[in-house]
Design a protein around this ligand. Structure first.
Ligand SMILES: Cc1cc2nc3c(=O)[nH]c(=O)nc-3n(C[C@H](O)[C@H](O)[C@H](O)COP(=O)(O)O)c2cc1C
Length: 544
């Protein structure tokens, strides 16, 4: 074990902190990594379990589909089973997290090079990689979507490549499918703004290199793991941003067989060379947008070494249909980023909250903007336009709602649309939007998408919501509990706030009615009789 000074937690420290906080569940019974592991963790996303009850799962007794045992434990959800797990890894509060990213990106701390590293305690090279049960076969990599995926696939990766011109390294979280003991196929997105590793691949091709050095790192210290799925500016060395996040240099060591620097405290490092000439079919694989990515040609890598800690833990992300670990990893920093953009950059003060819808819609498609009362209509539309244009792949549908609408509750959203939105005046469809990260479509003409903006705020005062006032609901709630009836889970709205088009005279009448004095109200209305009008004509006691 190395004794390099370190001012940041590694994965083992993080797991210990999660355990202490009740956020880690250890499963000691035997689990089949291919058929059982991801489906078991999936239940906490599809089983009606609340977000704050979700945990990371540590599996200590792992076998494969053939019953073969592995020496390494596997952890799923360790980086972002829910926002609390993510914030534990970030060592941050939800309020500070966006600023932490901003500060770390603006003030990266270069890494410190060490020569003796935990991630190289065990070194497997050459012939030792070959033969059944050796090489990649010795690492328990789970199947993410049993029934659809064609291979165990690395998901919680920091794939490290280097710009052959500038020498700057990139960390990206890319999936990699196992193909043999010493070969896997990596998927790097080729679209504009896609994978930084793909830019390096193209540069190597242009230089006539037949191969590109690559290191796939599993189980980085959390701060290092979190930089890999983040879209950071091109040519920023992400290991410096990870240092910025923890306020100290990250230890790195030279890889054994490729000219790359890898995080010294990582659990496992898979070193090798990516083929820049031939591509090999990879997939199908369940994708983070929620559909299965069908088979496509991707980048083969021949493995030249595997190094690992003696006590290595294998981390795997639960992705695919949202909510998932890959949506939670973005959610916590994306929402404040949008809020800041609307409030600070665009100066739209009326915006109180931005919610990216998560369940099934993969965060990026639907944005709900909560605005305060009396926000001018022009500002509401600026907010809708600002949110839809902020990032190319976010905000296909943007909806503005009032503060009494819970943006996490789809029923409340439908309620706002049903009563506060007039499709003729309050909707706009804007052409020309990239479809973004989504399922493949067969016809090129369908590749274009559009934007829908909707103002579902109240345009005028409505009569109060017809639910008993809070004091009566609370009083009755106590009786409910005394009676031992099923546990209540209050859903907003659960009482009538009493705002809107409402007069003190009606308030007084309601109080008298509750006090049993309805006949007093009868005496008053008897003096207000009128003739020569049609039934259902309105009456306002404040008007003569
Ligand atoms: C669980 C998970 C899996 C991902 N898989 C891939 C992938 O296979 N290929 C890819 O290009 N991006 C993938 N991404 C998105 C990239 O990590 C993201 O675009 C990141 O910004 C890439 O870093 P880079 O810009 O330094 O290349 C994934 C993200 C997550 C959270």
């Amino acid at each position: 074990m190395s004794n390099n000074p370190r001012k940041y937690p590694d994965l083992h420290d993080h797991l210990a902190a999660l355990k202490k906080a009740g956020l880690l569940l250890t499963v000691d019974r035997q689990i089949d990594k291919d058929a059982e592991m991801h489906p078991l963790v999936r239940w906490q996303y599809v089983g009606g379990i609340e977000q704050d009850e979700r945990k990371a799962f540590l599996f200590t007794n792992v076998v494969d589909g053939k019953g073969r045992k592995y020496k390494f434990p596997v952890v799923v959800g360790a980086l972002a089973a829910n926002p609390a797990v993510y914030l534990m890894g970030m060592q941050s509060s939800a309020e500070d997290v966006e600023k932490r990213w901003g500060d770390a990106t603006a003030n990266p701390i270069p890494p410190r090079v060490v020569t003796n590293a935990a991630c190289q305690e065990v070194i497997i090279e050459g012939d030792a990689l070959k033969g059944e049960g050796n090489g990649l076969d010795s690492i328990p990599i789970p199947i993410s979507t049993p029934g659809f995926d064609s291979a165990p696939t690395l998901t919680a990766t920091n794939v490290i490549t280097k710009d052959p011109d500038s020498g700057i390294q990139n960390h990206g979280t890319y999936r990699a499918a196992l193909k043999s003991n010493d070969r896997l196929v990596i998927r790097m997105a080729t679209r504009t703004g896609g994978a930084g590793g793909y830019r390096h691949y193209v540069k190597h091709q242009q230089r006539g290199d037949k191969e590109m050095p690559c290191a796939i790192v599993l189980g980085c210290p959390p701060s290092v793991a979190y930089v890999a799925p983040m879209k950071l500016p091109i040519d920023v060395d992400e290991i410096g941003v990870a240092g910025g996040l923890v306020g100290a240099p990250i230890n790195v060591v030279k890889a054994r067989t490729v000219d790359l620097m890898v995080p010294a405290e990582a659990e496992i490092v898979i070193e090798g060379y990516c083929d820049t000439e031939y591509l090999e079919p990879e997939g199908p694989f369940g994708e983070s947008h929620g559909h299965v990515a069908l088979e496509e040609f991707n980048i083969p890598m021949r493995v030249t070494a595997i190094t690992h800690r003696k006590d290595a833990v294998v981390a795997s992300y639960l992705s695919q249909v949202t909510p998932s670990e890959s949506s939670a990893i973005k959610l916590v920093s994306y929402e404040p980023m949008f809020l800041n953009h609307l409030r600070k950059t665009l100066g739209i003060r009326g915006v109180k909250r931005v919610k990216l819808h998560e369940r099934l819609t993969a965060l990026r498609r639907i944005i709900i903007i909560v605005v305060e009362k009396n926000t001018p209509r022009t500002e509401i539309w600026r907010a809708l336009q600002g949110a839809s244009a902020f990032r190319a792949d976010c905000g296909k549908i943007c909806i503005a709602v009032d503060e009494d609408i819970d943006p996490e509750n789809s029923d409340a959203l439908f309620w706002a649309m049903a009563f506060r939105m007039n499709p003729v005046d309050d909707l706009q469809v804007i052409n020309y939007r990239s479809p973004g990260h989504g399922p493949e479509r067969e016809h090129a003409t369908e590749q274009q998408d559009a934007t829908l903006l909707m103002d579902a705020t109240k345009k005028e005062e409505l009569p109060p919501l017809a639910l008993p006032k809070k004091e009566y609901m609370e009083r009755a709630g106590k009786i409910w509990d005394e009676l031992g009836l099923p546990k209540r889970r209050a859903q907003s709205p659960w009482f009538g706030p009493g705002d809107g088009d409402w007069l003190p005279q009606w308030d007084a009448a309601a109080k008298r009615a509750v006090a049993g004095d309805y006949q007093e109200n009868g005496k008053i209305s008897a003096t207000q009789k009128r003739k020569g009008i049609k039934p259902e004509s309105g009456f306002r006691p404040d008007e003569k």
